[in-house]
Design a protein around this ligand. Structure first.
Ligand SMILES: N[C@@H](CCC(=O)N[C@@H](CS)C(=O)NCC(=O)O)C(=O)O
Length: 237
């Protein structure tokens, strides 16, 4: 936007509601100039949900992806020696959930008000419980033990956590296809991505959860997401 645009539009502000209008202008100015760079490995992992937030919002961002072999010299560049890291207007922010929550708030994918945001967070924390239960499956190296923990996970853990998510969807979804308030939020994106890991191991795991299955279908249907899913790098996790 040219500087002329702002000097032109500021003239009537002197006689109108200066404070709110100038706040909007500041927001427009800041937003139009903001830059976003997300650095992570070249897989979905903890980087994919923030990527999906950018995509769903139609927000341009620099998607920097390191291969494992490229990582060691970059570790010291990151505040906590880990990724993902978001660089927002030149300042680094670590921690995947903090990054995603910030981006979701920036682009109105975090819930419309404070309480909706808390509902979204409750869904996110419930998905995190499922992620924590998945940890032993993901990290077991011994093939025989891996089969045992995987079976136990799908028999005992998954039904419990999916049931919890069904409960929250019923409480907060207003009868619609999204977890909170009839709108897509980052809770839907997080669930979409997490479930991909589970569905790759057991394609039937959502069969007793039609609402959750439909929720993923609705995410996939979002035009920008659907385009991105077709074109993103194919990675094992
Ligand atoms: N709590 C952090 C964990 C970050 C993390 O564990 N990142 C891993 C990749 S998934 C990493 O950077 N590993 C490389 C290293 O530690 O050198 C988050 O949620 O962002």
């Amino acid at each position: 936007m040219s500087p002329f645009f702002f000097s032109y539009i500021k003239i009537p502000l002197l006689t109108h509601n200066f404070h709110s209008f100038s706040a909007i202008l500041t927001h427009i100015q800041t937003e139009s100039m903001s830059t976003y760079k997300l650095t992570y490995f070249n897989f979905r992992g903890l980087g994919e949900v923030p990527r999906l937030v950018f995509i769903a919002a139609g927000q341009k961002f620099e998607d920097v992806r390191y291969e494992r072999s490229e990582w060691p010299p970059h570790k010291a560049e990151m505040p906590l020696g880990q990724m993902p890291v978001l660089e927002f207007d030149g300042v680094q922010l670590p921690q995947s959930k903090s990054i995603t929550r910030f981006l979701a708030k920036q682009f109105n994918l975090a819930g419309k008000d404070n309480f909706e945001q808390a509902k979204v967070d409750a869904v996110v924390d419930t998905i995190n419980d499922l992620v924590a239960a998945f940890w032993p499956v993901r990290h077991e190296e011994d093939e025989t033990k891996k089969q045992e923990v995987t079976k136990k996970f799908f028999d005992e853990e998954v039904p419990k956590h999916l049931k919890n998510l069904d409960v929250l969807a019923k409480l907060y979804g207003n009868g619609g296809p999204f977890f909170v308030g009839n709108n897509l939020t980052w809770a839907d994106l997080f669930f979409y991505d997490m479930l991909q890991n589970l569905l790759e191991l057991n394609g039937d795991c959502l069969n007793n959860h039609p609402w959750l299955k439909q929720n993923r279908a609705e995410v996939e249907k979002q035009p920008r997401i659907s385009e991105y899913l077709k074109n993103r790098p194919k990675t094992p996790f």
